[in-house]
Each structure stands twice: as C-alpha cells, then as structure tokens.
Design a protein around this ligand. Structure first.
Ligand code: HGY
Ligand code: MN
Ligand code: MN
Length: 424
C-alpha cells in the first residue's frame, strides 16, 4: 500500500481544505471562532453533508446534534471515523476539521484502491467538542454515550444567556430528542479519530514521524470560580473600604502557575476571566474565572485544584469576598484500546504517544475499541491562530487513515479489486 503523498492527493487535499478555510474567521481575535449551532459551524455542517452526498454517502442527523454519513446501511460492527467542526474562540484551522476533511478524503482513497467495505463505514461530526459556547466539552459524544445529562445540557447557556435548547431550535434542531443513544452506540464496532497533534511530543519521540497513534488522554477538567465582592467607585473608595473580587481572581491566576511546582506533570490554566460589570472606573462586584487543570492522574488533578482554591479562598477572606466553586466538567484518564493502537502503530510503523488534549475519541474509548491518529504539528501550537500542519503531512495522514479504515472495514470482494493508481 502506498504511504506518502502523490501530486493528485495533495491537490485534492488543498482543494477540500480551501472549501473550509474561509469559514468562521475571527477578525477580532485572529484564527477561527466556530461554535455549536452558530452560523459558521452550521455552514461547515452543510458543507460536510454536501461532500458526503457527492460521495454517495447517506447523511443523517442523530438525536444529539451530531451529523453522520454512511457508506453502507448502519449495522452492528460499523467502523466510524470523524471529529468535530467547532473551535475554541480564536482557534486554529486544523483542530477538528482536519479529522473531518481527512475522513472524506479517506473515502476517496478507499475508492481509488478499489475497496468496497465489507462492514458499514460512517463519517461523523460531533457537537461542541470544545465546549466553547456552552461550557461542556465533547457534548455530542457525551450525550450519545449517556455521559451527559440531557436536561442539564438543554439548560446550559452561552455568554449571551441563550440556552442550548433555544440555540438548537434556532437552527431547526429539536433539543427534546437529546439523550443516550444506545442503539447507535451498539452499531459502532470501532471508532478512529484523526486529529492534528497538539503539542510537540511526536517530534520528540521521532523527528521523522509524520503520523502518531494515541496511547492515552490525561485526566482533565474545568472548574468555575465565582468570586463576589462589593461593586464600587474606582476613585472614591479607599483601599480599606474595598471588597474587590479581582484581588482573589489575580491570586487564582498566579496560584494556577505556582501550584504546578508541587505537582510534577500537571498543568493549570486560567484562560477566561469575566468581571461584572467590567467598567474601567468600576470596582467589580463579582468575577467569574475558569480553571483548566490536567494531570495523568485524576487524584493529582483534584489536588492541584484544591491547592489553587485554597489560595483563592485565603485571599478572598482577606479581601472580604466570597468564593463559589463549581466543577463544570471532568474527564478521567483514558487509555485507548491497546490492541488496536499497537496494531495500527505496527501497521503504519509510527510511534505511540500520550496526549493532554481531550477528544470525542476519549469519550468513546470507554464504550468501543477506539484509536486516534495524530498528524505532525511542527510548532505544536494549538487552540491559537498559529496552529498549522503541512499539506504534505495532512495527505500522509489521509493515507494512514485510509490504511487503518481498510483494515477495519475489509473488502467485500478483494479479488475484484483493480490496482489503484500508485498501489505497489
Ligand atoms: O481542550 C482540549 O483538550 C481539546 O482540544 N478540546
Ligand atoms: Mn481543541
Ligand atoms: Mn479537537
């Protein structure tokens, strides 16, 4: 089997990529802002459905806002591949869409190879993987597998106060259908997600490796801290008369970094902080901030959060403020199917690496044999406009995905295969 780009593949990738590259550009933040059920994400869903239909795939929306495209009638043992179309605010182009575009092109590659799958093959785009709009990541895969409560999800709201249910209805999706989908889950025989690598581990393990296979995802979660003080005038309020929630909030930001010295391998981030009312000449009355904390071990992740919160509470008490802590999401450490991962790594001759990034594949891993393919990211930068993967590497990723899918779906009539262009 061919394993390396050919001109035909590269131009096909560049053409497909150019279709999505302009959708959802964020001219204020840079990069892309594509969020659950917003116009850019809906535009990408539409593009995906059209591309799938052009390939003769049967497109359907499931009860949880995920989109599926079937090659062959849905049936137990189906092989599923896909990712997400939404981004973080001001995110990169590749995180999510690379897995979706690669899945479409992998179907083309299988056809070039003359494969007719012996098992159903489905391409899928999952709702709100980043949690960028409603705060709960991997929303579509969590709902499908029963890892998120549908009533709680329907009540989630975005920064403008719109509920997920209303946002869904606005685009013609009935949120009342949301809930576990055991029948669909039972059809999935294996799930494979291709994703741009986030971080630079692949290069550290093998500088020549273009593709890697995921071994695990570290434990990670999100905590919202709401710090309440006393709103007041920035000029006429003496320091002794202040209960300024920004002071404990500042402590939280610094504590997130300081806490790591006590926990090897942990990371903690405050990337989002919202003062109320947010006036330049106003002492805030309240501040909401979000902690993103990750470590291979969930108990260490919890210990890091406790250490940070203890610092914040001490600072808040000194400032006359109160602190409320809400855990918004938690994902335990996930180990991907070792057999599948090693089989893929051996077949492709590529390294196996862990990741600290969450994925829908991490949700499915608890239910079905699941694997992830990473495509080299030279800078390692992700969740930022500079995120980038070279087209040639993306094409190699498509071929690797096609190799994996070919192995998993089999061929209904191998004897009838013609030698596809470039097959050796
Ligand atoms: O946040 C994450 O780890 C993933 O990129 N959604
Ligand atoms: Mn992401
Ligand atoms: Mn992603």
């Amino acid at each position: 089997m061919r394993f390396g780009p050919s001109p035909g593949d590269a131009s096909r990738f560049v053409s497909a990529w150019s279709d999505v590259a302009g959708v959802g550009r964020d001219h204020l933040r840079g990069g892309y802002s594509r969020h659950a059920f917003d116009d850019p994400e809906m535009q990408l869903r539409q593009w995906f459905a059209e591309q799938a239909q052009r390939r003769g795939l049967e497109v359907e929306n499931d009860r949880n806002g995920n989109v599926w495209a079937w090659w062959g009638a849905p049936a137990p043992g189906a092989v599923v591949t896909g990712s997400h179309l939404d981004s973080v605010p001001g995110g990169g182009a590749f995180d999510g869409p690379l897995g979706v575009v690669s899945a479409l092109l992998a179907v083309d590659e299988l056809r070039v190879r003359g494969i007719t799958p012996a098992r159903p093959l489905a391409l899928a785009c999952f709702l709100d993987e980043e949690g960028g709009r409603f705060g709960l990541p991997c929303l579509g895969s969590r709902l499908l597998t029963g890892a998120a409560d549908a009533d709680h999800v329907r009540r989630l709201h975005d920064a403008d106060g719109m509920s997920l249910a209303d946002a869904a209805r606005r685009v013609g999706f009935d949120p009342s259908t949301m809930g576990p989908d055991p029948a669909r889950l039972a059809t999935i025989g294996a799930f494979v997600e291709l994703h741009i690598e986030q971080g630079r581990l692949l290069r550290a393990v093998d500088p020549a490796a273009v593709v890697g296979v995921a071994s695990e995802i570290v434990a990670h979660g999100r905590w919202r801290l709401t710090i309440t003080g006393q709103g007041n005038h920035a000029g006429t309020t003496a320091p002794a008369d202040r209960a300024d929630p920004m002071i404990p909030a500042a402590a939280a930001v610094l504590a997130a970094r300081r806490a790591l010295s006590g926990f090897d391998g942990a990371v903690a981030t405050v990337g989002r902080i919202i003062p109320v009312p947010g006036g330049t000449n106003v002492i805030a009355s309240a501040v909401s901030l979000w902690l993103d904390v990750r470590h291979a071990d969930a108990t260490v992740t919890a210990a890091v959060v406790d250490a940070i919160v203890a610092d914040v509470r001490a600072e808040a008490a000194a400032e006359g403020c109160t602190v409320m802590v809400q855990r918004e999401s938690m994902s335990d450490r996930v180990t991907f199917d070792p057999g599948l991962g090693l089989e893929i790594s051996g077949r492709l001759g590529v390294p196996v690496i862990p990741t600290a990034a969450g994925h829908d594949a991490g949700v499915f891993a608890a239910h079905v044999p699941t694997a992830m393919l990473f495509v080299r990211n030279p800078s390692g930068v992700s969740h930022a406009p500079d995120e980038h993967a070279d087209a040639a590497d993306c094409v190699t990723g498509v071929q690797a995905l096609a190799d994996v899918l070919e192995t998993l779906v089999g061929d209904i009539n191998p004897a009838a295969r013609h030698v596809g262009a470039g097959d050796e």
